[in-house]
Design a protein around this ligand. Structure first.
Ligand SMILES: Cc1cc2nc3c(=O)[nH]c(=O)nc-3n(C[C@H](O)[C@H](O)[C@H](O)COP(=O)(O)OP(=O)(O)OC[C@H]3O[C@@H](n4cnc5c(N)ncnc54)[C@H](O)[C@@H]3O)c2cc1C
Length: 376
């Protein structure tokens, strides 16, 4: 099928021309830009939100479950003061430092709305960001997969006390909170909210928590809290309706009978996963496949079937609704694969045209300081 964007596209006078546009200023978008710029490729990053947007919306003090060496990017070590796994705050600080260190051109709060090929040259891409057009030979979609909180699809879900994200936990002190879900996000939220003095009830559709997919250090605590009834659990239950005063649930009992529950809650957290925004894939006519409508691409080059359009990072996993398979941890290799493919001819530039930035043993600002302070 010919993508509609390709048929309707018109030429736009570019406000800017570069080699590669990277869509997404998460860890992999940044790592890919650094890898490319090390090889002389002019890569520009456009990020819809702040730098590291996905991580920025985690609840304060949430920690990565991956070890620091696995989430470090571009060869820059990630250290924490207490050697623990990095928190959201530590990682965002790290990301800012890495961007400054390598002087990565990232334009934040700049959502890429349209990507289309030039009608007169299908190997050139025109990318619209707000009212500006950027022209490039290649585009990397490092857009992640957690754009929207997944929905229960029940009446009342849009009420103000219902949220798909765990936020500052302090606000839940002394509140009656229903947490829907049973995987890492829900279990971690249940423990944290219990610790801040919320009265927590956990509703999960399974007969028991899926322990194999829960962080190993959370398991003893959640098991203990459930056993001691400090956290109430409603296994084999599903929410059917939410109102301002109560939540209606249907629960299957151990003998197979079902019964209805009507319970009052101050807050409802639906921590059941996230959906990927497919807009750009659809616009480009990129083929998607199960599970999760993930984009189809060449595993060796990361290129989709549209020449010059690449995917990187967790974007390749589509909507990962059950057990997550694609993490930052196992995506670092994408940066090198795409860069290699572009250097091997994907950009149509000669070696002479690709002037690698000086090997960055020290960032420019640091080298300047050293020159100015010869004794240091
Ligand atoms: C609570 C929590 C804990 C987690 N812990 C871990 C962990 O321990 N280890 C791990 O590996 N993973 C973990 N993850 C997943 C982690 O978020 C991802 O692995 C990581 O962020 C992936 O990096 P990325 O660069 O591929 O995508 P992202 O970080 O999601 O970056 C994608 C970026 O693209 C931007 N974007 C999307 N569309 C556009 C557009 N049209 N224009 C411009 N910008 C756009 C988004 O705003 C976003 O900033 C966790 C997730 C959550 C929610």
């Amino acid at each position: 099928m010919k993508p509609s964007a390709q048929i309707e596209a018109e030429s736009h006078e570019p406000n800017r021309v570069c080699d590669v546009v990277i869509v997404g200023g998460g860890p992999i978008g940044i790592e890919t830009a650094i890898e490319m710029r090390r090889h002389g490729i002019d890569a520009q990053v456009f990020e819809a939100g702040p730098l590291g947007h996905t991580i920025s919306w985690w609840a304060p003090q949430t920690r990565w479950f991956s070890s620091n060496d696995r989430i470090a990017i571009a060869g820059v070590p990630l250290y924490t003061v207490d050697q623990a796994k990095a928190s959201r705050e530590e990682y965002l600080t790290y990301l800012r430092s890495v961007v400054d260190l390598f002087q990565v051109p990232v334009q934040t709060f700049s959502k890429v709305q349209t990507i289309e090929s030039r009608p007169d040259d299908p190997r050139r891409w025109q990318v619209r960001v707000q009212s500006k057009w950027i022209e490039a030979s290649a585009v990397v979609l490092a857009i992640g997969g957690t754009d929207h909180a997944a929905k229960l699809k029940v009446p009342g879900e849009n009420l103000p006390h219902v949220d798909g994200y765990l936020r500052e936990v302090h606000q839940y002190h002394n509140r009656r909170v229903l947490i829907v879900g049973g995987r890492n996000s829900a279990v971690e939220a249940a423990i944290r909210l219990h610790r801040v003095g919320a009265k927590v009830t956990l509703s999960y559709r399974g007969e028991e928590l899926p322990t194999a997919s829960i962080k190993y250090w959370l398991r003893p605590e959640i098991d203990g809290l459930i056993r001691s009834k400090a956290i109430e659990t409603l296994f084999q239950s599903r929410v059917t309706q939410i109102t301002a005063e109560r939540v209606d649930l249907e629960q299957t009992l151990p003998d197979g009978r079902t019964h209805s529950l009507h319970m009052p809650f101050d807050d409802v957290l639906t921590l059941i996963g996230y959906d990927q925004d497919k807009t750009l894939f659809k616009q480009l006519g990129i083929q998607m496949e199960d599970p999760g409508d993930k984009p189809v691409f060449n595993e060796e080059t990361m290129e989709t079937e549209r020449p010059g359009i690449y995917v990187a990072g967790t974007a390749v996993g589509g909507t990962q609704s059950s057990k997550y398979q694609v993490f930052l941890e196992n995506c670092h290799v994408h940066a090198k694969k795409i860069t290699r493919h572009l250097l091997d001819g994907g950009l149509g530039k000669s070696d002479a045209e690709l002037k690698p930035e000086k090997k960055q043993s020290a960032p420019k600002s640091l080298s300047k300081q050293i020159e100015m302070n010869p004794e240091s």
